[in-house]
Design a protein around this ligand. Structure first.
Ligand code: GLY
Ligand code: MN
Ligand code: MN
Length: 440
């Protein structure tokens, strides 16, 4: 077990101050939490706070709501479940109204039941209301009812906010640029993820099962201090690897097949997102090796380009060019390279994009385009690079290539000079992978 590196409450306070500085006078931001989700019967899924809510409060409880305001009221108000010894005996600890102030820095706190009346009062005092519709129907209903009451009550002296704005325009820009503390957590997530992938390479063998490796990932993530996977792990052997988001993870591992594992550990709400593909029996077949080295060349080419000013679109175009040219060499496509690219014929085998933002959400927040143009990378952003090659089991290609699915994915921090590959140490070359698979 490794110590967690808990974020200090001053970090959350600093983030709230940044938001308050950006929203302008007479403004209010409402952030809510998703409802607890039932799995079946009365059994719950483990609770996961919304990333925005956690980012600003550090509070990991359902039925909690945060208000940040620059009106003549408190800056930071929390609504939480009331302390209740009987409920806490069955379902776990609660911050409670007192804890919301003493442990989470609220200037004022109420029970969740008070949200409706407080929202009516506080929304009638502001001009700009930052709220994201469409994420949670309960909040949407409450907000619409409150705004309607305010509008209808104008003759009685009530007034509704003048503007409704997207809090993401502020919050998601902040989340896109990682601070030093966030990078520390992402490095830790990457390190644990690497140990888990390595453990899988060592353990996988014909006769095993995808599920056994999914369990090994979970075990390694939690044993090393992570909270578990940051998204459902993908453990796909053989043609299962050609299903992009395969999560059944229950088939036997077969001799001669490749195994694709896309799994990332979450550490204090920050996740890694790593894919490695390796031979179940520890040795790539010649056809598997040719395909693998093609994907690796695309990935390496894109990673080497990463520095401030480059765009994610440019990285993808570089991957597309390498993969398309390789598909022609392998005889999986025919014709002219420029035509294959222009007509997007490579999409028969490489149908997804090569990168996305990474952070608290695996597909993290932040605008990909600014003023209509692809956004240049800047220091502090973290992206994935993840080209792949997916040949369906019934594809009309040479037999040796059918059912091969390969993705190689690393997590890259953009630095002022160029970049740092946070997942560099996880075996990637054919030689390093075969050595790790045979180290069991
Ligand atoms: N693990 C999902 C993705 O790579 O985007
Ligand atoms: Mn990814
Ligand atoms: Mn992934």
């Amino acid at each position: 077990m490794v110590d967690l590196c808990m974020l200090d409450s001053s970090i959350f306070a600093g983030r709230r101050k940044q938001v308050l500085d950006k929203i302008g006078p007479n403004s209010l931001v409402l952030l809510g939490s998703p409802p607890a989700a039932l799995r079946n019967g009365d059994a719950d899924y483990p609770y996961r706070q919304s990333s925005d809510m956690y980012y600003l409060t550090g509070l990991d409880e359902p039925e909690s709501t945060a208000l940040l305001s620059t009106a003549k009221t408190e800056d930071f108000v929390l609504f939480v479940r009331a302390s209740d010894p009987a409920q806490e005996l069955w379902h776990g600890r609660r911050a409670g109204v007192d804890g919301a102030c003493s442990n989470f820095g609220a200037d004022k706190s109420y029970t969740t039941q008070k949200l409706k009346s407080q929202l009516l009062k506080r929304l009638s005092q502001i001009d700009d209301f930052y709220y994201c519709f469409g994420e949670n129907q309960d909040y949407d209903k409450l907000v619409i009812e409150t705004l309607t009451t305010l509008r209808k009550g104008e003759r009685r002296g009530l007034r509704a906010p003048k503007r409704i704005l997207d809090p993401g325009s502020i919050l998601h820009e902040m989340r896109l640029h990682k601070s030093e503390e966030e990078v520390v957590l992402m490095r830790r997530a990457a390190e644990i993820t690497g140990q888990a992938h390595l453990a899988c390479m060592e353990v996988a063998a014909p006769g095993g099962n995808e599920g056994e490796l999914a369990a090994l990932l979970d075990y390694t993530f939690r044993r090393m201090g992570g909270t578990g996977p940051g998204y459902t792990s993908i453990v796909g052997g053989g043609a299962n690897a050609t299903i992009l988001h395969y999560i059944e993870n229950s088939s036997p591992l077969l001799d001669g097949e490749l195994l694709l594992i896309d799994a990332g550990c979450e550490v204090e709400f920050y996740t890694a997102d790593v894919t490695r593909t390796f031979p179940v029996n520890g040795k790539f077949s010649p056809a598997q090796k040719r395909c693998y080295e093609l994907v690796l060349k695309a990935e390496t080419t894109a990673i080497e380009m990463i520095r401030p000013g480059v765009t994610i679109d440019e990285l993808h175009q570089a991957c597309v060019r390498v993969i398309s040219s390789g598909l022609l060499e392998l005889g999986l496509l025919s014709g002219d390279l420029e035509e294959c690219i222009a007509e997007e014929r490579y999409k028969a085998f490489f149908m997804h994009k090569s990168s996305h933002w990474l952070g608290m959400d695996v597909h993290d927040v932040g605008a990909y385009r600014v003023d209509g143009s692809a956004r240049p990378l800047a220091p502090g952003m973290v992206i994935t690079v993840e080209p792949g090659l997916y040949i369906a089991a019934d594809a009309d290609v040479a037999e040796e290539y059918r059912g091969i699915g390969i993705r190689i994915e690393d997590d890259i921090l953009v630095t002022s000079e160029a970049h740092e590959n946070l997942t560099e140490s996880i075996p990637r070359s054919v030689e390093a992978i075969e050595a790790s698979c045979n180290a069991r």
